[in-house]
Design a binder for this molecule. Structure first.
Ligand SMILES: O=P(O)(O)O[C@H]1O[C@H](CO)[C@@H](O)[C@H]1O
Ligand SMILES: O=c1cc[nH]c(=O)[nH]1
Length: 232
């Protein structure tokens, strides 16, 4: 048991899917895992372990933003020996070609977070995806004819930006979409020598103003989950 996770040692798999929303963790466990067993309810941040095609896999909610996500990743890696961390999140599109329900595989994550600026004063750390997981995801999507975008994304500390036009500056530099965790995830994975990948489904568009409802957001992510579970 760690401070925020009440699982016994051995109850969590080496590969963990990480949605921000704990109810999405339950939905994934209920719909995709064989024999799912809940191992965490501290703070309602649900975690489950089951199998997928016979392979042990866990799914753990992280909450929203880098600080919350780092708590769960730190404990999963250091207290439970987790080796592969795969975020399955939602994101807001910054480009016209990145449409609602499209999947983005994050090669790298730019960020407005101060976490690495404080760690590496006067320098920039580049949080990047694990190459093997990234390649497997891209190849699986190609085989299954699932359309994906791959590239740089933005991990923001703010969901509600002051300036609704700010996204245009990031889009000019190739940023596909915005979310709130990946730069933290890629950094903590690098810090402890484990593998991480972020898969994102577009739930909102800054370009068109479209948006999925919270119910659709919770459940509309089947193709992304399929990719995550098939790169184990
Ligand atoms: O859907 P999740 O995984 O929570 O991800 C996105 O949704 C939340 C904001 O609504 C932030 O956590 C953002 O990164
Ligand atoms: O617009 C969005 C959608 C999901 N997540 C974000 O951080 N922003």
């Amino acid at each position: 048991m760690s401070i925020h996770i009440e699982a016994e040692k051995g109850e969590i798999a080496e590969t963990v899917l990480l949605p921000g929303d704990p109810l999405r963790a339950k939905w994934i466990a209920d719909h995709f895992l064989e024999n799912p067993k809940q191992y965490n309810n501290i703070r309602g941040m649900l975690g489950f372990t089951g199998t997928y095609n016979g392979k042990k896999v866990s799914v753990q909610g992280t909450g929203m933003g880098i600080p919350s996500t780092l708590i769960y990743c730190h404990e999963l890696i250091n207290e439970y020996g987790v080796k592969n961390l795969i975020r399955v999140g939602s994101a807001g599109s910054y480009m016209k070609k990145v449409k609602i329900n499209d999947i983005v595989v994050a090669m790298a994550a730019s960020s407005t977070s101060g976490i690495n600026a404080a760690r590496f004063p006067g320098a920039n750390f580049a949080p990047t995806a694990n190459f093997q997981l990234f390649t497997k995801a891209v190849n699986f999507a190609a085989r299954e004819k699932i359309n994906i975008h791959a590239g740089n994304i933005l991990t923001s500390d703010a969901f509600y930006e002051d300036d609704a036009e700010d996204y245009k500056k990031w889009a000019k530099f190739g940023i596909l979409c915005v979310e709130m965790e990946t730069a933290g995830l890629y950094t903590v994975a690098a810090q402890y020598g484990v593998s991480a990948l972020s898969l994102l489904t577009v739930s909102d568009s800054m370009v068109t103003g479209e948006s999925l409802s919270s119910e659709e957001r919770e459940k509309a992510f089947s193709e992304m989950i399929k990719i995550a579970l098939n790169i184990l």
